[in-house]
Design a protein around this ligand. Structure first.
Ligand code: ADP
Ligand code: MG
Length: 699
């Protein structure tokens, strides 16, 4: 009998502890969602904002423009059905009455309020007062029932933190867990006292404690201002950790070996001599920077930034020459078929006369041709140009010495690494190119593990592009301008509206636009190119446009990057308000490449939203890609930029790259210094900030 009794009791006990550990792991999971995996993570989980529960006002005095705290007696509790089912408590203090309303409530809540009424306990209530159905009211206030008169609960001394959280994790629970973490940790200092003094930084422990529970009466802690020295310290720490980890990755790469590509420069000189132009000063400078890197025994990781049309391709070709002259291969990868093919044509026109073998490898090649191209790469073709096809498994290089990636932001980190892995005979040098200029602070933050060269000058003789904003009510005039341009011997692009939601609609829009324009521009040759065309059809159309056989090229954004037809002097973009600013800037850069006066017409649909107007104004007023990017950053925030999300770089939570530019500089300098002079301190700091996250960075 006794045993029988024990059975169920034991089972019940087991289930209880099981369910406890289940809820424990559910909690872990929710914390994990917030990136909180260690005690350190909890300590560094700072509030978004605060609520002031440190004082109590009377109902009559309470302002109606924000949350307040009052202490009231409950006089009446009822469940009402007007206008819908709700729990209503009438309360009062000496100055007036206040109704509390709860639309969703538990039975226990009604009981609790009734008990407070019956026992004469006061409620301390926090919420916003407003005029309502019953009079002055608070809807869903937070409240707590106070001990009977005489033994009143004292008010908190500090502001109540409100943390970023996730569904199912209450603020109160998070506060408790974070409070415990703070109490259990010694909040040891990671940085040397001399450094703190030199940089005028507040101590970590005091800063962290303060930010989790600051005193009332100042605005210095709010997210908007974050002016307090405690915030400055935390932001600096965050930036320092980011810089340290990027810098360390950079240094680790320098430990790896790469072929020393030291050439006489003869091949490059021969290429320069046969060009119809001279390098600009900026091109010469970046070319020197690259040439020097290639001669080192560790892999170059250089980003070549230059606005649209600044002439990055020739610089890449010169770099390829250096590798080739040293007996190594170069690979040149571009994100689209059109662009890659154009590069192939240009590079082979430049290099084949110098006796360089250039191979072409793209996904669209028929299988026999693809096999042949792969065989050329494997046999040591000196330059291999192509699309993503270059990083497929079945592609091998005999001696890859230099990997060039054009429009690098179009590729993911993994893809860029794949190309590097193709170097069987050592890690190749890597040159990445981008026309998406990003502001300096952002570059420092996201590209701190790269060396950056910037072409900050356009080739001479370019006439500036005039940009016009035209309402689509005046489309006829624009069509007239296209005809006029063609009659004066020029060519034009007509970019179709972007239809984000549907590729099919996007395609249809292009086909329709083409049909309409072909009719409106009777007598002219109007071509069409879009993403769904077969690669050889695409290539044929582009070739016809380049040869001047097609006068007007209707296109979807497939022409966004890199296309180069100098005789095209007019660009029309329909529904310009739907495009991103970087995209518009890139598109506009397709014209103004020859000596002819060029124009870009941004057709917009009316009415234009306020942000739509603000964005088009930026493009209208600016021609400098960096300035456009800077303003775009202000409008959109950094997350969207340059594939920053997929860059593997830890995102900043507290520091703001725009507002805290000074700290970014400081953190970068100190990161270098710490790694050099006091690596243990650097390690300690990294552990605190990225200890549970560093695996993200090992890509
Ligand atoms: P991007 O930097 O946008 O890739 P490209 O390399 O396509 O620019 O160059 C744009 C055009 O300018 C090409 O036709 C190229 O041959 C030409 N170009 C490059 N450098 C010079 C120069 N120094 N002087 C004149 N034209 C140049
Ligand atoms: Mg280019």
């Amino acid at each position: 009998m006794a045993e029988k009794k024990a059975g169920p009791a034991k089972a019940a006990k087991a289930t209880k502890s099981e369910s406890k550990s289940k809820s424990q792991s559910a909690l872990q999971q929710k914390l994990g969602k917030l990136g909180l995996r260690s005690r350190n993570d909890l300590i560094l989980h700072f509030p978004l904002r605060y609520e002031d529960e440190t004082s109590v006002v009377t109902i009559a005095e309470a302002p109606w423009d924000g949350p307040v705290q009052v202490e009231v007696r409950v006089t009446d509790v009822s469940i009402q059905f007007r206008p819908r089912r709700q729990l209503v408590a009438r309360c009062e203090d000496d100055s007036g009455e206040l109704w509390l309303r709860f639309l969703n409530f538990y039975g226990s809540q009604a009981k609790q309020l009734e008990t407070a009424r019956d026992e004469g306990r006061k409620l301390r209530v926090f919420g916003e007062i407003r005029g309502g159905f019953f009079g002055s009211e608070m809807v869903h206030p937070r409240y707590k029932s106070l001990a009977p008169e005489g033994t009143g609960t004292s008010l908190p001394q500090s502001l109540t933190p409100v943390y970023p959280t996730t569904a199912g994790l209450a603020q109160s629970a998070l506060r408790k867990i974070i409070g415990k973490a703070l109490a259990e940790s010694d909040l040891a200092e990671t940085l040397d006292a001399s450094l703190l003094q030199e940089l005028d930084l507040a101590p970590f422990a005091a800063s962290a404690r303060l930010l989790h529970a600051p005193p009332p009466g100042t605005d210095e802690f709010s997210l908007q201002s974050r002016r307090h020295p405690a915030w400055r310290r935390i932001k600096f720490d965050e930036l320092l950790a980011q810089q340290l980890s990027l810098r360390r990755a950079y240094l680790a790469r320098r430990e790896q070996g790469a072929p020393r590509l030291k050439a006489s420069g003869d091949l490059a000189q021969r290429l320069l001599q046969q060009l119809s132009f001279q390098l600009t000063g900026a091109q010469q400078r970046v070319w020197q920077e690259i040439a020097r890197d290639l001669g080192e025994a560790h892999p170059m990781q250089r980003l070549l930034q230059g606005d649209v049309g600044s002439g990055k391709t020739i610089v890449a070709a010169l770099a390829a020459c250096q590798a080739i002259e040293c007996g190594w291969q170069a690979a040149f990868m571009a994100p689209t078929e059109i662009l890659a093919e154009q590069h192939y044509k240009k590079l082979s026109a430049w290099l084949e006369p110098l006796g360089v073998s250039v191979a072409w490898l793209s996904g669209s090649l028929k299988s026999a041709k693809k096999k042949a191209a792969q065989a050329e790469a494997a046999a040591g073709a000196q330059l291999v140009v192509g699309t993503h096809a270059l990083i497929q498994e079945d592609v091998d290089f005999l001696r890859l010495g230099l990997a060039i990636v054009d429009e690098q932001h179009r590729f993911g980190v993994a893809q860029r690494l794949e190309l590097r892995k193709k170097g069987k005979a050592g890690i190749p040098h890597q040159l990445m190119m981008s026309a998406t200029p990003i502001p300096r602070t952002l570059a420092m933050s996201y590209y701190a593990d790269l060396d950056v060269s910037v072409i900050d000058e356009l080739p001479p003789g370019r006439t500036p592009i005039r940009t016009k904003l035209v309402s689509d009510a005046r489309r006829d005039e624009v069509v007239g301008a296209v005809r006029h341009a063609v009659e004066s011997g020029r060519q034009a692009y007509w970019v179709c509206p972007l239809i984000e939601e549907s590729e099919k609609l996007d395609l249809q829009a292009a086909i329709d636009t083409h049909a309409i324009l072909a009719e409106e521009l009777e007598g002219l040759s109007v071509g069409l190119v879009h993403g769904r065309l077969k690669p050889d059809e695409k290539a044929a159309t582009m070739a016809a446009f380049a040869a001047g056989e097609i006068h007007v090229l209707v296109a979807t954004t497939v022409i966004e990057v890199g296309v180069d037809v100098p005789n095209a002097s007019l660009m029309v973009i329909e529904h310009a308000e739907r495009f991103g600013l970087a995209q518009l800037h890139q598109l506009r850069g397709r014209v103004g490449r020859g000596a002819h006066e060029s124009a870009c017409v941004l057709l917009y649909a009316t009415p234009l939203s306020q942000t739509g107007r603000a964005r088009l104004k930026i493009i209208y007023e600016n021609t400098d890609g960096f300035e456009i990017a800077r303003q775009d950053l202000q409008l959109r925030g950094p997350g969207e930029f340059v594939g920053a999300r997929q860059s593997g770089v830890p995102l900043l939570r507290y520091a703001d790259l725009e507002m805290d530019g000074e700290l970014v500089d400081l953190a970068r300098d100190q990161a270098e210094r710490l790694l050099r002079e006091r690596p243990a301190e650097a390690e300690r700091h990294l552990q605190r900030w990225l200890g549970s996250k560093e695996e993200l960075l090992k890509a």
